[in-house]
Write a protein that binds this ligand. Structure first.
Ligand code: NAP
Length: 304
């Protein structure tokens, strides 16, 4: 096997298209969330080439069809562990299969952290979102809430002020975790109101599963109150999907794979997309790095 690609988000699929067109017969492992985070957003309006926007699922399906057209082979599986340091690369799947590719492209993405609530799971993609850049535009003139007190939440809240009539930040403590500059900007913004010492008990929706508000609990008084909002954004951080690579590749302090031009700390192993990017996290940047990883892998194979 020339190239094994892990992940079917925009990074993995772009790598697959490039590798397949280069006649490398790539094999792509599709995990538990085929298509990745893009499939959880409703509409993508910032991906170049789609002036009217495109649904996340439609975009992913088109990328996948493109990879298949050039002969990429998709296999279902969950990566359980890897051995990347003993010479030959080894990737073990949960069903016990062990694959030995000549090169490996890791595009396993990151998972936005969501509150562990049934209403959040049910309404994700229907008023509950993990990405203001993706979905903020739909809340023009409407009140929205952002959960979290770190830089991600501040960034989401500031971005949302461009569209929303009002942005509530729901934070469980009485002090923000965010950097001072971001916190100052948020606290000075006329459209933003921080709801301190409060947690979301439930996201409220009407009979058609359209978000109508959030039920908040004041952690000091235990008082409950309903706050009407049309959208709820999770800003409680992301987790890179790097479990199987711990101890095998150099990761940064947040667990992201450290790369230079998609090259990892092991020769012949590349990483693309959100698994190595805690800063931009866009479909279009994932696509770019997927292309880079494929070209790197192709060059690596040429000199082996
Ligand atoms: P973070 O700093 O870990 O903040 C997560 C926030 O979510 C915290 O305020 C935390 O509350 C809250 N939270 C976590 N779990 C929660 C739960 N179950 N219920 C309610 N609230 C919960 O994560 P982040 O904001 O994604 O930032 C991660 C890193 O990336 C940071 O180093 C940050 O500086 C960096 N970053 C930088 C920028 C920028 O500079 N523009 C933008 C984004 C991220 P507590 O405070 O009570 O723990």
């Amino acid at each position: 096997m020339n190239v094994l690609i892990l992940g079917t988000g925009p990074a993995g699929l772009t790598a697959a298209i490039y590798c397949a067109r280069a006649s490398l017969a790539p094999v792509i492992i599709e995990g538990t969330q085929p298509g990745g985070q893009l499939t959880t957003t409703t509409y993508v309006e910032n991906f170049p080439g789609f002036p009217e926007g495109v649904s996340g699922l439609e975009l992913i399906n088109a990328m996948r069809a493109q990879a298949e057209r050039f002969g990429a082979e998709f296999r279902q599986g969950d990566v359980e562990s890897t051995d990347l340091k003993s010479g030959a690369l080894a990737v073990k799947l949960a069903d016990g299969t062990v694959l030995h590719p000549k090169t490996l492209i890791i595009a396993t993405g990151a998972t936005a952290r969501y509150l562990d609530l049934e209403s959040v799971r049910r309404l994700t993609g229907h008023g509950v979102s993990g990405c203001a850049t993706c979905d903020g535009f739909f809340y023009r003139g409407m009140p929205v809430a952002v959960v979290g007190g770190g830089d991600s939440a501040m960034e989401e809240a500031l971005f949302l002020t461009r569209f929303a009539s009002k942005v509530y930040i729901i934070h469980r403590r009485d002090a923000l975790r965010a950097s001072k500059i971001m916190a100052d900007r948020v606290l000075a913004h006329e459209k933003i109101e921080v709801v301190w010492n409060s947690v979301v008990e439930e996201v409220l929706a009407d009979g058609k599963d359209v978000v109508t508000g959030i039920r908040l609990r004041d952690v000091q008084t235990e008082a409950l109150r309903d706050l009407p909002v049309d959208g709820v954004f999770m800003g409680i951080g992301h987790t890179p999907n790097t479990g199987p690579f711990k101890g095998q590749l150099d990761l940064d302090e947040k667990g992201y794979i450290i790369t230079q031009f998609t090259r990892t700390s092991v020769a012949g192993v590349y990483a693309a997309g959100d698994v190595q990017d805690s800063i931009y996290r866009q479909a279009v940047t994932a696509v770019g790095s997927g292309c880079m990883a494929a070209l790197e892998a192709e060059r690596w194979l040429q000199v082996q």
